[in-house]
Write a protein that binds this ligand. Structure first.
Ligand code: TXA
Ligand code: MG
Length: 307
């Protein structure tokens, strides 16, 4: 799998590959995606196979314009339209009624579909050049860390990886279910709850009761390095991991104290430590504040603690 700098020529090559039903590693503002033609069932099947992802774990369909939305979704409810107008292109995924023309496998067998318009020039050019809606999960194997740099995409997954630089947001998009009477967050992410509520002018519905099935594909253990990860108040001098303080040695990575800066660096830092043959990665717990919701969610899942 060659990693190609995302020049206009290479974007055209990648768009041709998508049209042929191949898989392309694609930069977005959140994490790298493993893209395929959402309308080609065989291509979608290849994504599930490459990732070793269970077939009931639905993919997000990426679009570059609002016209394509109705090829994918059957309707855009009023609140969803408000959110799309405010946050697209951007790190927000809307769950909408599915257009029956879309292969059922994209939606993991559900009658809904998750859609987003990524805020990344390379992703948008690629989708436009291919002329297709692009289904793309994060470009990692099932349950593993998402990649935020082209070189962290696993080489066997795609036929081409377009290198569009480091992802700006660094955690996945916020997934909002817009198929019920009041929208609700299924996965915290790049857009915060309060950002959404300001635009809607009302509160979001409360999260699903524990026990009730949440968003399919949201597992307690998820987004994990291979090395066991433990959350702690403070990292010890001889431990390896992520710290808010001054690192004691090179197996400690100093992290920003602001949630956006932290999110942007999180997966790259964990990928780096995961390659060091460590017994354990210790991560200093960020504050339990709304602005840290997405980061705390990913860290809890990476530590195997249910979120
Ligand atoms: O930022 C992102 O969202 C990245 C980039 C590549 O766009 N993509 C991503 O995809 O994180 P993935 O496949 O790793 O996570 C998609 C999640 C699923 O695990 C599931 O929880 C939710 O989106 N999802 C997808 N379709 C859904 C549906 N129809 N109903 C409810 N949840 C859905
Ligand atoms: Mg993922």
């Amino acid at each position: 799998m060659p990693i190609l700098i995302a020049t206009p020529d290479n974007i055209r090559l990648a768009a041709d590959a998508l049209r042929r039903g191949e898989l392309v590693g694609m930069p977005t503002e959140t994490v790298y995606g493993l893209g395929c033609n959402a309308l080609d069932e065989a291509a979608v099947r290849a994504v599930f196979a490459a990732k070793e992802r269970p077939a009931d774990n639905p993919l997000i369909v990426h679009i570059a314009d609002m016209e394509t939305l109705l090829q994918v979704a059957e309707a855009l409810p009023a609140d969803a339209a408000k959110l799309a107008a405010a946050f697209w292109p951007g790190p927000l995924t809307l769950v909408l009624p599915r257009n029956p023309a879309l292969p059922l496998l994209v939606s993991g067998g559900l009658n809904t579909v998750a859609v987003r318009m990524p805020d990344h020039a390379v992703a948008l050019s690629l989708i436009r050049a291919a002329g297709l809606p692009v289904a793309a999960p994060s470009a990692n194997r099932f349950m593993r860390l998402s990649p935020t740099r082209a070189e962290d995409v696993e080489p066997e997954l795609a036929s081409i990886v377009l290198d569009g630089g480091d992802c700006r947001v660094g955690v996945e998009s916020t997934v909002v279910d817009c198929t019920g009477p009041i929208p609700r967050i299924l996965r915290p992410g790049g857009v915060t709850r309060s950002d959404l509520e300001v635009v809607l002018g009302h509160s979001l519905a409360s999260p699903p009761e524990s026990g009730e099935r949440r968003s399919p594909g949201q597992y307690p253990r998820h987004y994990s390095p291979l090395t066991p990860l433990r959350l702690a108040e403070q990292i010890g001098e001889f431990e390896a991991g992520l710290t808010f303080g001054e690192p004691f040695h090179k197996l400690q990575i100093g992290m920003p104290r602001d949630p956006l800066g932290y999110a942007a660096r999180l997966y790259a830092a964990l990928h780096r430590l995961d390659k060091q043959d460590l017994a354990e990665i210790v991560v200093e717990s960020p504050p339990e504040e709304p602005a840290w919701e997405a980061v705390n969610d990913r860290l809890r899942r990476a530590s195997g603690d249910s979120g």
